[in-house]
Design a protein around this ligand. Structure first.
Ligand code: FES
Ligand SMILES: [Fe+2]
Length: 371
């Protein structure tokens, strides 16, 4: 047997996680039908009479036309090919040329939700309804005068979505990838919730103070991070959204959003500039992760050391969303806490690269001012 490490990556099963998936800002959805190519399927989203978000299977089972090309009528959508009409419960409620509607004329209505200014769809391969205790929690601060609205960036990624979720337990990447030394790092897993608590140095997002983040996955695909940092010597409170929806087993749409607490006493103009600046810095930090998802390979059997985070435990927790509800392990009924106290220094090459990029950025800014 070879002494060399052999990377294993079994083919991914054609199954998508059970849970709420965020579709971006709720205001992106209007009366006109929107096509959603998710979970290896086609869905259609539109708003009904009460402005409610309705999501249905996207292909008409009559002869297969794309329902996102159809016409919204009240709470129903009429197919553009032979004019069958589908209600928000998925039941065909009109065929203009038939005496009787076939009993099988029924498509899947997908549970939809608007919360925190965001739109969500619930996926369950068993078609069970979502549980009340697993709803995405309300963010009280959203929509108040004290906070900005979401800035959401959409980034299509060509890999299996487990790569993104692994990040949750990956303590050792903070130094080399984000130039941020994690001084405290802890994961807790409880039921459908996974939390990463981190305190560390991050000159970019916290100046000379300590950056504190609490990142929480509510289910398999929706994460909110509470972040306390600093910019230009001013404390900054922000909330980050990291969510994904699989398009196939080897691709997903990633959404990264930022909410920033406004700065009291600052003029509107200065406040807007600070918010925009912090959004940009947060995006820069996050896009450093994105680079790796585009270039790395999937590893089922990582060679880990004692200073790594609990990657295997995280994957076991994540696996609960890929089995039938009846088969979910009771391991996560009680909270499990894992902390890692290793130090992950920033490699000098990364520091040099940061300095080079900062100089390039400053030069670009200067040229922009001169122009
Ligand atoms: S394909 Fe939709 S009505 Fe015929
Ligand atoms: Fe990261």
């Amino acid at each position: 047997m070879s002494k060399y490490a052999k990377i294993e990556a079994a083919p991914v099963e054609e199954r998508y996680a059970r849970g709420w998936h965020c579709l971006g800002k709720a205001s992106d959805f209007g009366k006109e039908p929107t096509k959603l190519a998710y979970f290896g399927k086609n869905l259609v989203a539109f708003r009904g009479e009460e402005d409610q978000l309705i999501i249905l299977d996207g292909y008409c089972p009559h002869m297969g036309a794309d329902l996102s090309e159809g016409y919204v009528e009240g709470n129903s959508i009429r197919c553009s090919m032979h004019a069958w009409r589908w209600g928000q419960d998925g039941v065909c409620d009109d065929i203009p040329y038939a005496k009787k509607i076939p009993p099988r004329a029924c498509i899947k209505p997908w549970p939809a939700l608007e919360r925190n200014g965001l739109a969500f769809v619930y996926h369950d391969p068993e078609d069970n309804p979502p549980l009340e205790e697993e709803m995405p929690p309300v963010i009280e601060e959203h929509g108040t005068d004290e906070w900005s609205d979401w800035e959401v960036a959409l980034i299509p990624i060509e890999t299996n979505c487990r790569e993104l979720v692994d990040n949750m337990a990956d303590k050792a990447h903070f130094g080399p990838v984000h130039s941020s030394e994690a001084l405290f790092f802890e994961n807790t897993f409880h039921k459908h919730i996974a939390v990463q608590t981190m305190e560390g140095k991050s000159p970019r997002l916290a100046g000379d103070s300590i950056l504190k983040t609490v990142a929480t996955y509510y289910g398999p695909a929706y994460m909110i991070t509470e972040m306390s940092g600093e910019m230009n010597g001013v404390p900054v409170e922000s909330k980050l959204l990291v969510s994904h929806v699989p398009t196939s087993t080897e691709s997903f749409d990633l959404r990264f959003g930022v909410l920033v607490k406004k700065f009291p006493g600052m003029s509107q103009e200065d406040c807007d500039a600070m918010v925009a600046g912090y959004v940009q810095l947060s995006q820069q930090a996050f896009f450093e992760d994105v680079h790796f998802w585009h270039t790395k390979v999937r590893v089922d059997n990582p060679v880990l050391c004692d200073g790594d985070g609990p990657i295997h435990k995280l994957r076991q927790w994540y696996n609960q969303f890929y089995v039938d509800r009846a088969d979910v392990s009771n391991t996560w009924d009680d909270e499990k806490v894992y902390s890692v106290d290793s130090i992950n220094p920033i490699p000098p090459q990364k520091t040099a690269l940061d300095e080079q990029r900062a100089a390039e950025y400053a030069k670009q800014q200067e040229e922009a001012v001169e122009a």
